[in-house]
Ligand binder design. Structure first.
Ligand SMILES: Cc1cc2nc3c(=O)[nH]c(=O)nc-3n(C[C@H](O)[C@H](O)[C@H](O)COP(=O)(O)OP(=O)(O)OC[C@H]3O[C@@H](n4cnc5c(N)ncnc54)[C@H](O)[C@@H]3O)c2cc1C
Length: 412
């Protein structure tokens, strides 16, 4: 990306959300000479969130271009395998892929920003716009002014909630049990048969996907790594709502914080795993120290720019996680925003150009994720949905479609 141009001097962005989108946006905008401040509502550093992250060429590009880099990014697997109920390999595909972790990415990106411009414990409350800039209000009465506001605050974006409250994510009809297991805790057979690979186990209307990632503190040494476990399961909205009652009996709207997941739900998950999983997968399911639930949502918006407010990452469009592409998209959104601002003198024209470039791509990515989600057999509306659902009942086809690189080429 070219260096700062004179017009960028003294231009300022306020970025809401200190996760992937917020950090990528700050890194790319700083490269074009903008002053950036990132505001994150969490009062403590973001660590240990989520778990495994599949990488794609687009993510590696964004990491290099943003200055975060890709050093010690993760673990490279050489192939994918699919198991049957007995744990036999029934299909395999050679595919070299680096599996990283949310923690590693956060650390690499966090190092690109001057700590003085990364503000923890500040929650966005509202924005006022006067055509020439934004006035942003935070908890505790803090007010900041800037040329633009960037909403990098996730699928439940409060920024978007103010500028376009009518736009809401839609529950996809299924959720994930997730977690990571320490390599050292896995049985020798699990370590030998599945730990080195990207693994699929696909009972009807369910998907179990596992792969190795770095350990605590991004440790890549054998024996110190972790195994990432994801189990997709169908549940209607009423069932999900019942699952969103926590250990203390409190109803949560979207999901329950991991430490508060009810023990009876975990016990039921273990019982269900015993019923359907091959021994090596069961070994993983039973050893997750703190399993947690992530409901799956679709979100797209007809526009991702609202005056001087631009949305990036999940706040702009939230794909289902089947492609493992959300962080790549966050990086690509951020780079496109910076390019547009750098190549237009007029900020409003730049934001219009950003919207024109990235809103359709976000839509495409979400549509593709819905296509992959048809495997689950939920809400199959069209002939094409049913055709995809039928195709994806084959283990080999799933390995050819799920989280594979360069899937966007088909849409270019
Ligand atoms: C099961 C699962 C698996 C996934 N696997 C992959 C994968 O393999 N590869 C991949 O690339 N992606 C994957 N993703 C997607 C990826 O995790 C997301 O796309 C990515 O985290 C989005 O980053 P973000 O910064 O846009 O949003 P978030 O990570 O949601 O961050 C938003 C931030 O905004 C903050 N915030 C919210 N409201 C406010 C407020 N009012 N004021 C201040 N701060 C606020 C939040 O605290 C949070 O830190 C997966 C997602 C799931 C659910």
């Amino acid at each position: 990306m070219p260096g700062p141009s004179p017009k960028s001097r003294n231009r300022r962005a306020i970025i809401i959300g200190g996760s992937m989108s917020g950090l990528f946006t700050a890194a790319f905008l700083r490269q074009i000479g903008w002053q950036c401040d990132v505001y994150e509502r969490s009062p403590v550093e973001l660590v240990g969130r989520g778990a495994g992250i599949t990488t794609h060429p687009e993510l590696l590009h964004a990491l290099e271009a943003s200055g975060a880099g890709t050093r010690e990014l993760g673990i490279e697997v050489e192939k994918r395998i699919a198991l049957d109920r007995e744990g036999r390999v029934i299909a395999e595909r050679p595919l070299r892929q680096i599996l990283t972790s949310w923690d590693r990415l956060q650390r690499l990106l966090r190092a690109t920003i001057d700590p003085a411009h990364y503000h923890l414990g500040w929650s966005f409350e509202r924005v006022e716009q006067d055509g020439g800039g934004v006035r942003v209000h935070f908890n505790g009465g803090r007010v900041e002014e800037a040329d633009i506001l960037v909403g990098g605050d996730g699928v439940r974006s409060t920024v978007r909630g103010q500028v376009a409250p009518e736009l809401q994510p839609i529950y996809a009809g299924y959720y994930i049990w997730r977690g990571t297991i320490n390599e050292a805790d896995l049985a020798p057979k699990t370590l030998k048969d599945i730990f080195p690979y990207f693994v699929f186990y696909l009972p009807p209307r369910q998907e179990v996907i596992t792969y190795p990632i770095s350990g605590f503190n991004e440790d890549l040494r054998p024996g110190h790594r972790r195994y990432n476990f994801i189990w997709y399961r169908v549940a209607d909205a009423a069932t999900l709502r019942a699952m969103n009652v926590d250990e203390r009996g409190v109803q949560h709207e979207f999901s329950v914080p991991p430490p508060l997941i009810r023990k009876d739900l975990i016990a039921q998950m273990h019982a269900d795993a015993r019923d359907i999983m091959p021994e090596v997968m069961l070994d993983c399911a039973m050893k997750i120290p703190q399993p947690f639930i992530t409901p799956i949502y679709d979100f797209t918006a007809p526009q991702i720019v609202f005056g001087r407010v631009a949305m990036t990452g999940d706040a702009a469009a939230n794909p289902r996680p089947h492609m493992g592409f959300g962080v790549a998209k966050a990086g690509n959104d951020a780079e496109a925003l910076a390019k547009a601002l750098d190549s237009h003198d007029d900020i409003d024209a730049a934001l219009k150009a950003y919207n024109a470039e990235r809103q359709p791509i976000g839509n495409t990515i979400v549509l593709h994720s819905r296509k992959l989600g048809t495997h689950m057999g939920v809400d199959l509306k069209t002939e094409e949905d049913r055709r995809m659902h039928a195709l994806l009942q084959d283990d080999g086809a799933m390995m050819d479609w799920i989280a594979v690189p360069n899937f966007l080429d088909a849409y270019r």
